[in-house]
Write a protein that binds this ligand. Structure first.
Ligand SMILES: Cc1cc2nc3c(=O)[nH]c(=O)nc-3n(C[C@H](O)[C@H](O)[C@H](O)COP(=O)(O)OP(=O)(O)OC[C@H]3O[C@@H](n4cnc5c(N)ncnc54)[C@H](O)[C@@H]3O)c2cc1C
Ligand code: SF4
Ligand code: SF4
Ligand code: SF4
Length: 435
């Protein structure tokens, strides 16, 4: 019986997180690009593999296939504090994606010699679409590489290097990467002492590698002239394109013009999406020490610099946040579960309709094995939304259709909104009849 990650790869649930690459004792795994699907994917050299199963044990997608439900059966996971807040360094707060919490944490820990370094992300010299993790000991890198990079990135490839280092580090990743990191730590106990904090983002999904290519094309920017892409510079900020000639182009992430709105919807909502993200069962990074995201709440609607929501989970995370608050590095205000969930409303849809999503994408057989079909009810509205998403995904894979994808973007945007409204109406009617 095969015990390696080929089961995950063949189900199209690999998202190239890189954990299996680090776990393989025979260096049999490499991470490749599938240019049509726009995803990173693990590949095994059959001549080197000894079928030991270590790669499968660290794979977060294997959890999905083996039927793991939401962690703690809760959408957020365990926590010891929830806050809204931001960095009190205005330059950093503006340059960062949200409130600059991650960059502030890194800088505080490094300048106070609590850590030796951190894992950051930068683009390769050859392409702005290929982004890689690197170990940095340089505090200046924090501002240089602040901001969110919405790309598939094999963050956990760094674990191979990290396991050989001495000192203490901070690692940052998406929830699936942090959950795979924890599994890797179970196999390699000594690495846990080297990681002071595991920081996770809240995660609505990683757009695939073609998303920014499409976006650039539609905005008339030559992708070959771009060397680095990230989100930053205010809030909700801009898509920032650093060009080879040192110029920078900023395109707002709250576009005003209709065309730009549709391009934004297509690139950053689930159309240029990855299948794995649609069946994600951990959007808040339940395995992290600290999870961070944007404060999409009314109170901060008009904020132009950036506010974050922060979930503290471990005692060490809580201590560090409170020290930083006392030393006026951060401004933190108590928040709560309700506000947090409201800020990421779409995640509740995924959470409440998880069996429907699994059935839609993994088939009836999966449901019969992992959910009780008598208890589980299909949500027709959610199924229709998934239909819109997956149709868009298929169309986006055909590059020659990109110039007319705009039309689908209009259908997607208004179709999705209409379905949300119809669903709310149905719930209201249902409630009033059951009173
Ligand atoms: C793929 C993705 C999807 C997200 N989806 C949501 C969402 O749906 N809702 C929400 O509220 N927030 C989401 N976030 C988080 C949000 O965009 C901000 O990254 C987060 O709030 C941290 O902001 P900050 O100002 O504290 O970070 P900053 O101070 O700007 O620091 C960000 C740090 O993260 C590192 N980094 C950047 N990109 C990556 C990456 N892809 N992988 C690993 N490290 C990286 C940088 O090197 C930098 O050190 C997402 C983030 C990512 C990467
Ligand atoms: S561990 Fe990550 S890279 Fe490896 S198969 Fe699983 S998802 Fe893919
Ligand atoms: S089964 Fe073992 S040897 Fe084979 S790819 Fe996985 S970790 Fe490597
Ligand atoms: S949505 Fe889930 S699977 Fe996709 S990148 Fe985010 S955490 Fe990973």
């Amino acid at each position: 019986m095969t015990k390696n990650i080929n089961t995950v790869v063949n189900s199209h649930l690999c998202n190239g997180c890189g954990t299996c690459y680090s776990a393989c004792p025979k260096s049999a795994i490499s991470i490749h690009k599938d240019l049509q699907l726009g995803i990173l994917i693990a590949n095994i050299d059959g001549n080197k593999c000894i079928n030991c199963g270590l790669c499968l044990d660290v794979c977060h997608s294997n959890d999905i296939l083996s039927g793991h439900k939401y962690p703690n059966n809760s959408i957020i996971g365990a926590y010891n504090g929830i806050y809204s807040g931001y960095s009190l360094d205005n330059t950093l707060r503006y340059r960062a994606s949200s409130g600059g919490i991650v960059s502030s944490l890194l800088r505080y820990l490094k300048t106070n010699k609590i850590i030796d370094g951190f894992v950051l992300i930068k683009p390769s010299d050859k392409s702005p679409f290929d982004n890689y993790p690197f170990l940095s000991h340089d505090v200046d890198d924090i501002l240089r590489y602040a901001g969110t990079r919405y790309f598939p990135i094999p963050v956990n490839m760094i674990l191979k290097e990290l396991s050989k280092m001495s000192g203490r580090y901070v690692i940052i990743g998406t929830p699936c990467q942090i959950s795979a990191l924890r599994k890797y730590e179970e196999q390699n106990r000594s690495i846990s002492e080297k990681i002071l904090l595991r920081i996770s983002f809240f995660c609505g999904g990683v757009p695939n590698l073609n998303a920014y290519k499409y976006y650039l094309k539609m905005h008339g920017i030559d992708e070959h002239k771009v060397r680095s892409i990230y989100r930053g510079m205010g809030w909700p900020g801009n898509n920032v394109f650093e060009l080879n000639n040192q110029e920078t182009i900023h395109i707002s992430r709250r576009p005003e013009k209709f065309f730009a709105q549709i391009y934004h919807t297509l690139a950053f909502f689930p159309v240029f999406a990855q299948k794995r993200c649609l069946i994600c069962n951990d959007r808040f990074g339940a395995a992290s020490d600290i999870s961070v995201g944007d404060a999409w709440i009314k109170q901060y609607e008009s904020d132009k610099t950036g506010v974050s929501l922060i979930i503290s989970r471990s005692p060490v995370a809580k201590d560090i946040l409170s020290q930083m608050q006392q030393e006026k590095e951060l401004l933190l205000q108590e928040s709560n579960e309700k506000e947090l969930i409201y800020s990421q409303r779409i995640f509740s849809d995924y959470f409440n309709n998880y069996p429907t999503t699994c059935r839609f994408l993994l088939g009836k057989d999966y449901i019969n094995r992992h959910f009780d079909p008598d208890k589980y009810k299909m949500n027709l509205f959610w199924e229709m939304k998934l239909f819109l998403i997956t149709t868009g995904m298929r169309l986006s894979q055909i590059k020659i259709l990109w110039p007319c994808l705009f039309l689908y973007g209009v259908i997607f945007r208004y179709g999705y909104q209409w379905l949300c409204l119809a669903e709310r109406l149905k719930i209201k009617i249902h409630r009033s009849f059951s009173l």
